[in-house]
Design a protein around this ligand. Structure first.
Ligand SMILES: [Fe+2]
Ligand SMILES: [Fe+2]
Length: 331
């Protein structure tokens, strides 16, 4: 029993009414009990204050790491207001602790994405995404499970919302982002195409209108750098969200970072975050890289095609694409 509960128990025991209250020494006992209860309450209050302070410190550290609190033009802090001119807005990414930070509610103030909720609730979608991640793990690829699917879906939604696209378009971006890698359940090769075919069946069952389906299918089928092109704002948002998800938390536990350059580069990335400057019309991928693990050059050695694809995707959205590494602009 801890000291607090002991104090409360003592206080409770001495707080009854009845014959014992009239016993000799009752006042002294009650005084001791009240002292004990006061001490217990004080300790409880102190413990609560400690917990609150620790939680606040954690929130501040996280905000500093992610920059999730948006910066307006004069450098002040505040929460996101969708489409506020001149604002630099956090769209999402992964923190140094590997925590995904991309919830639409945090970035856009829009808490619900009904169509995404329906797709996420589809049993086959969940089973295939889970299995695809297992199969990719068996082949030595990085994490492609629910964390990646949700992150890409949410960042796509945030990109489109902040750049002024309507709710429906942003929802289609969220769904395309969520489903873009589901075809890995079939094979890694041409998984953009197989993902689109699987998505077609799912969306048909959910009675998504054909024109909306077309936007999702084209975005999913065009997300791989080997053959993909940003053919629409939805497709562009998915490309940017997908290619910016590079982070050590995606590396498998049994990976060899000495032997595999993809694992090494991913492991070296301690934080990755996508941000939009609405006034400058720029989309910036902010990377924090541990250069003792992998040199910046290695990042471009394997991801150059992806970065070129992101630049074209940003143009489709009427923006320039920028990259900073350890706070240094390099593109
Ligand atoms: Fe993919
Ligand atoms: Fe992906």
């Amino acid at each position: 029993m801890d000291r607090r509960s002991d104090g409360l128990a003592t206080a409770r025991a001495g707080n009854g009414s009845g014959p014992d209250d009239a016993a000799p020494g009752r006042d002294a006992d009650r005084a001791r009990d009240l002292d004990a209860r006061a001490a217990g309450d004080r300790e409880a209050a102190e413990a609560e204050a400690d917990r609150a302070a620790a939680a606040d410190a954690e929130r501040r550290a996280e905000a500093a790491a992610t920059g999730l609190a948006d910066r307006d033009a004069d450098g002040g802090n505040g929460h996101a207001a969708a489409n506020g001119a001149g604002r630099v807005v956090a769209l999402g990414g992964r923190t140094p602790a590997g925590i995904e930070r991309a919830t639409p509610a945090q970035s856009t103030g829009r808490a619900r994405i009904p169509l995404l909720d329906r797709v996420r609730g589809h049993e086959r979608a969940s089973a295939f995404i889970e299995a695809a991640d297992e199969f990719l793990g068996a082949q030595g690829f990085t994490e492609h499970g629910f964390r990646h699917a949700n992150l890409v879906g949410h960042i796509s939604f945030n990109v489109l919302t902040h750049l002024g696209h309507d709710q429906r378009t942003a929802e289609l971006g969220a769904v395309a982002g969520y489903l873009h890698d589901i075809g890995n359940v079939v094979s890694r090769a041409y998984h953009g195409q197989t993902s689109a075919m699987i998505a077609y069946d799912l969306l048909k069952e959910l009675e998504v209108p054909p024109r909306d389906m077309a936007h999702v299918l084209s975005a999913v089928g065009n997300h791989e750098e080997q053959y993909g092109v940003a053919v629409s704002p939805v497709g562009a948002a998915v490309i940017l969200a997908d290619k910016s998800d590079v982070h050590r938390s995606r590396v498998r536990k049994d990976a060899s970072i000495e032997m595999d350059i993809h694992d090494r580069v991913n492991f070296a990335v301690q934080a990755s975050f996508l941000r939009v400057d609405l006034q400058a019309r720029t989309l910036t991928l902010e990377l924090t890289i541990d250069t003792s693990i992998s040199q910046v050059l290695e990042y471009f050695e394997i991801f150059l095609d992806r970065m070129i694809m992101c630049r074209r995707a940003a143009r489709t959205l009427g923006c320039d694409f920028k990259i900073t590494v350890n706070d240094v602009p390099i593109l």
